[in-house]
Design a protein around this ligand. Structure first.
Ligand code: HEM
Ligand SMILES: [Ca+2]
Length: 487
């Protein structure tokens, strides 16, 4: 195509479409408690469809956990990891940092006071899980008495295109920081202190020290890594993928320089970046997406690439970032397997519980293990780490309310058995351990269900492949249930 997504904004009909720091788009109007900006549940006494909204934590504990645990024989852990990685290429919903003009501390308060919307721990645990509301698109000074004319909207801080923005960053400053400009070789900057045992580079550290990452108490400090996306150090598989792309960029840049001796460093960098961006798209659309929605749905709704269409607004949808693509949270394994070269548990570095892998880049540097992963899925891991107060399912629910995602209760038949969208075979393969939604929906509508079943949102929203069937949108708009009252 003449206009690849990484090319200048002038290619698009509207240059703001899909750009970083633009509003997430709505497919349905928001539903706020006050119609404009307050999330449902802001006033816990308030009735919705005749019921009080259950606290997110209750829904998480009572509905979104189950003891089922299954291994997937067809796919590796990489399927999960790619999901997280690529979600970071296309969405980052910024949160109100600290207090945004008021004097409440969202880390401490248990009250709903802007911008805090804490999650009540009504299950024996004291207090609340901190929650910062997502930044609103246009800042409103609540003290001024000026009423917001429009409904509150949230932002996407990433470029909506699959363009390897998680490798290169989405603004000039970060992009320059990540490049090896002094090297004049078109490469990305690498870690100055550490290399792996085979001499391969790691990502550079962040410059603001000390960083917030956990430390190996016995050793020297290992800071958070930096990359095009600042969530890079969140987990070891995610960091590994970022590392892989850093190395791949530098490998390709070197090869291009070799065959094009006359190219400037800028030319090498840009051409390499184009290739890396294209690889991200290919892996996502050719390898990842069909495994998630199933090859039939992919063929039916997406089909072959027919060229770049500048008239399509590729902006990520709110419902996609805040709900649909979070289906991946139901696929996170509670155990991270660390395998040796023969794909057996590594004797020196045994498997780790998930919470020991978060924000711990020291493990990459000191213990290695960038590559070997396998998949074991257990949807109890939705509740990630109760004691450390990181209940991901509750966060997802609360985020949906924060964003005013409209709720709609759906019957089982409408969602999971819909002809329109089928689960991919991997999710269907074992009837005893089918998806959490299939298991649970007989009792209550399962929140994660629409996400699992309707990942097609992902494709309508994220794809840079141009136009996408309107039918898919219709189905989603008709069927979407995000966090309606559970009863
Ligand atoms: C160990 C693995 C993972 C962890 C610890 C994790 C953690 C998180 C956390 C803490 C958030 C922010 C929640 C909030 O406050 O609203 C989040 C957001 C999100 N996650 Fe994950 N996640 C993981 C894996 C995945 C996977 C596998 C996928 C998809 C396949 C995914 C997709 C998303 C999406 C789309 C968002 C919203 C991003 C945004 O717009 O800001 N995550 N995740
Ligand atoms: Ca992007």
């Amino acid at each position: 195509s003449k206009c690849p997504p990484t090319s200048p904004a002038t290619c698009r009909q509207n240059p703001r479409w899909g750009a970083a720091n633009t509003a997430l788009v709505r497919w349905l109007p928001a539903e706020y408690e006050d119609g404009e900006s307050e999330p449902k549940g802001w006033n816990p006494e308030r009735l919705h469809n005749g019921f009080q909204l259950p606290p997110a934590r209750t829904v998480s504990r009572e509905i979104m956990t189950s003891a089922s645990k299954w291994k997937d024989d067809s796919y590796s852990q990489l399927l999960v990891d790619w999901g997280q990685y690529i979600s970071h290429d296309i969405t980052l919903t910024p949160q109100s940092t600290s207090t945004d003009g008021s004097d409440v501390d969202c880390l401490k308060t248990c009250e709903n006071v802007h911008p805090c919307f804490p999650i009540k721990m009504n299950d024996g645990l004291q207090g609340c899980m901190p929650f910062f509301r997502s930044t609103s698109d246009c800042f409103v000074n609540f003290q001024s008495g000026i009423r917001q004319a429009l409904q509150r909207q949230q932002l996407n801080a990433m470029t909506s295109f699959i363009d390897a923005s998680a490798v290169y960053g989405h603004n000039q400053k970060l992009e320059s920081f990540l490049r090896d400009l002094p090297g004049r070789n078109g490469k990305l900057a690498v870690n100055a202190r550490f290399k792996d045992p085979k001499g391969r580079p790691y990502l550079p550290f962040v410059t603001k020290l000390p960083s917030a990452c956990h430390q190996d108490l016995q050793g020297e400090r290992v800071e958070c890594f930096s990359a095009g996306d600042n969530r890079v150090s969140e987990g070891l598989p995610l960091t590994s993928l970022h590392t892989l792309w850093l190395r791949e960029h530098n490998r390709i840049a070197e090869a291009l320089k070799h065959i094009n001796g006359h190219w400037s460093p800028e030319m090498i960098y840009q051409e390499t970046r184009k290739i890396i961006g294209a690889l991200h798209q290919i892996i996502t659309l050719r390898d990842y997406a069909p495994k998630i929605i199933g090859p039939e749905s992919f063929k039916h709704y997406i089909g072959p690439y027919r060229g770049y269409d500048p008239s399509v607004d590729p902006s990520i949808a709110n419902v996609f970032a805040a709900a649909a693509f979070r289906f991946g949270h139901a696929t996170i394994s509670p155990i991270l397997c660390r395998l040796n070269e023969s794909f057996q548990e590594d004797e020196r570095f045994p498997h780790l519980r998930l919470h020991n892998t978060l924000f711990s880049p020291w493990r990459i540097v000191k213990e290695g293990q960038c590559t070997h992963m396998r998949m074991e899925t257990n949807n109890t891991s939705l509740v990630l780490d109760t004691l450390k107060q990181m209940d991901l399912a509750a966060l997802n629910l609360q985020r949906g309310r924060d964003h005013g995602l409209p709720g709609k209760i759906l019957a089982e038949s409408q969602i999971c058995h819909s002809n329109a969208i089928r689960l991919s075979s991997s999710y269907q393969s074992d009837s005893n351990h089918s998806t959490p939604c299939l298991k649970k929906q007989t009792k209550k509508t399962h929140i994660i269900c629409p996400s699992l079943c309707q990942q097609t949102v992902f494709l309508t929203s994220a794809s840079s492949i141009g136009s996408c069937s309107n039918k898919v949108k219709e189905v989603l708009v008709d069927n979407y249930m995000v966090h309606g009252p559970v009863h």
